[in-house]
Design a binder for this molecule. Structure first.
Ligand code: PEP
Ligand code: MG
Length: 548
């Protein structure tokens, strides 16, 4: 960890390329408040009152801002949080702890939060038990307003490089590049959705730094090298200067790539490959546009569901979100993947049972078939959106022909209902599937006869073919993404698609792997859908045949 020159350098996995220089801040979950006894009870009661009032005010402001940007559902969470603070029982507990036990305000809030959270989590009702995290969240915010600890990035005033054990996909979905210039984690793997999010938004990130990432670094100047996976703590001025030069060099390279903006993506042999972007939210569409994507090859629609806290987004909310993406993309094609909830993307309000092996559990199409109401609502919104834009439907985690037939039957009924209700929708929406299990790849000849396109999800295809948990960073040395088995499954899928006269693309992270471009061209891949920041680099690589 300490190099020859006495510098502290931590090594993790580069999860999202790029360099960021700034001060590091640990997310609050790391910090516990000590029990401090106080003498002046009225003063402590006044402190807690001011902090609660301030937190309620901040939550109301945030709720109003979000209502404008993302609609009522997103705003609702913060209203619930404000109500929790104002709750009579919550307030009496704070007062009792300070007045009777003579503990400091911070400790009283922490203890009250813990007690309420354990009451919530012991409740049978799934919705109520899901409120445990909310009450912990609001308690942390009050504690911060009491002047303790650090902030959690989503509301920081000065940009900070964030550190934590790990961030959940729903936490990262709230990060803004302007506020969180980079993040680093002890755990996590490079194919987790947290890492994928970082690449989509273009935030440099390092995962898997392990226990060497210590709390004592909080507040220090650090350099995040998201390409090499190195985190430099308190670097000397000369090292900072070197990295700043490297950042300038990267900016220069980016300017050269700008020459490929607006150009078609063609190989030297004249084969056209469509270069699309993967996005996880409406806002991400702007990264697709900024980076000159030719369309959206994967809209991970479940992120709409992860941002909503009380309930699944209704048809209107989803329709509006898809409509916004359509407007952003100005006529370019958009492939909406129906929700792939489950595995690492959990939402409390669906009341799903805890699973021993969530990656092998109720996710993707399996969940859609078990919860047809959620699936139907989403399909209604998609078919309506398709009447105003070039939209396709894509189904995740398909494993069998039965999955396809069942999904298509629900889609047919949805169209029939829309027609009988005289709702405006498109009856002509391409229906594709993801190939992300070995089973699907092996029967892709059969599946190809029933769908309009294939998109190969190499993240899961790798996980399921090699039996390597994509969330487990200890297994990365066993995760050979170029394994012959995976390359054969990809080739087989593309060949079977072409034999049946449909197109095939790749929307997993492997699609952006420059070292495989010649292989992709050789097998005749039709589309690559990648993190927006990779688009110009890949277009240059495909057109010139050389590495950028
Ligand atoms: C994949 O599995 O490759 C994929 C694109 O889907 P996700 O990463 O969202 O599971
Ligand atoms: Mg997948």
């Amino acid at each position: 960890m300490v190099d020859d020159a006495g510098r502290i350098v931590l090594h993790g996995r580069g999860a999202s390329p790029g360099i960021a220089i700034g001060h590091i801040r640990f997310a609050d979950d790391f910090v516990r408040v000590d029990r401090i006894t106080i003498e002046d009870v009225p003063k402590e009661l006044e402190r807690v009152r001011i902090a609660c009032d301030e937190t309620v005010r901040q939550l109301q402001n945030r709720s109003e801002t979000l209502r404008g940007k993302l609609g009522d559902d997103a705003a609702y969470l913060f209203e619930i949080h404000a109500m929790m603070i104002e709750d009579e029982d919550f307030q009496s507990s704070l007062t009792a702890k300070i007045a009777d036990e003579h503990v400091c305000a911070e400790y009283a809030v922490q203890e009250t939060g813990d007690e309420f959270a354990s009451i919530f989590s012991s409740m049978d009702d799934e919705y109520m038990s899901g409120r445990a995290n909310d009450v912990l969240d609001v308690s942390r915010q009050i504690i911060r307003n009491l002047g303790f600890g650090t902030k959690d990035g989503s509301e920081t005033d000065t940009p900070r490089i964030l550190a934590a054990d790990d961030f959940s996909p729903s936490q990262t979905a709230r990060f803004e590049r302007s506020q969180v210039p980079a993040f680093v984690t002890r755990d996590g793997s490079i194919t987790s959705h947290t890492a994928i999010f970082a690449r989509t938004v273009g935030i440099p990130a390092i995962v898997g730094l392990g226990p060497a990432l210590r709390m004592e670094f909080d507040g220090k100047l650090v350099i995040v090298d998201g390409t090499s996976g190195q985190l430099l703590i308190d670097p000397e001025e000369s090292v900072v200067a070197t990295y700043r030069r490297e950042m300038e060099q990267m900016e220069h390279e980016q300017k050269v790539l700008e020459g490929f903006r607006g150009k078609p993506t063609k190989t030297s042999m004249g084969h056209t490959i469509r270069l699309f972007a993967n996005i996880g939210s409406v806002e991400d569409a702007r990264y697709a546009v900024d980076n000159d994507a030719e369309g959206i090859g994967l809209l991970r629609s479940e992120f709409l569901f992860l941002k909503c806290c009380g309930s699944a987004p209704d048809e209107e909310t989803q329709f509006n979100a898809y409509r916004k993406v359509i407007r952003f993309m100005e006529g370019k094609p958009i492939i909406i993947r129906t929700i792939d909830i489950g595995a690492d993307k959990q939402v409390p309000y669906l009341g799903l049972e805890e699973e021993q092996n969530p990656a092998l559990g109720l996710r993707g199409i399996r969940l859609a078939l078990k919860r047809p109401a959620v699936f139907e609502t989403q399909l209604r919104a998609i078919y309506r959106a398709a009447s105003i834009g070039d939209v396709s439907i894509m189904i995740p985690m398909v494993n069998s022909l039965d999955d396809v037939i069942a999904a298509k039957e629900i889609a047919r009924q949805v169209r029939e209902n829309l027609a009988s209700e005289h709702v405006r929708f498109s009856d002509n929406v391409p229906f594709g599937i993801m190939i992300e299990t070995p089973a699907a790849a092996l029967i892709s000849d059969e599946l190809a006869r029933h769908v309009d396109f294939f998109s190969i999800g190499t993240n899961d295809l790798t996980q399921y073919t090699l039996a390597v948990d994509r969330q487990n960073n200890m297994l990365e040395e066993f995760c050979d993404t170029h394994h012959e088995a995976i390359l054969r499954l990809i080739r087989m899928t593309v060949e079977n698609a072409h034999r049946a006269g449909i197109w095939a693309g790749i929307c997993g992270e492997l699609g952006a792997d420059e070292s495989l471009i010649d292989f992709f061209i050789d097998i005749g891949i039709d589309e690559l859908s990648v993190a927006p920041s990779n688009i110009l680099r890949l277009r240059s690589r495909i057109a010139t045949g050389s590495k950028s």
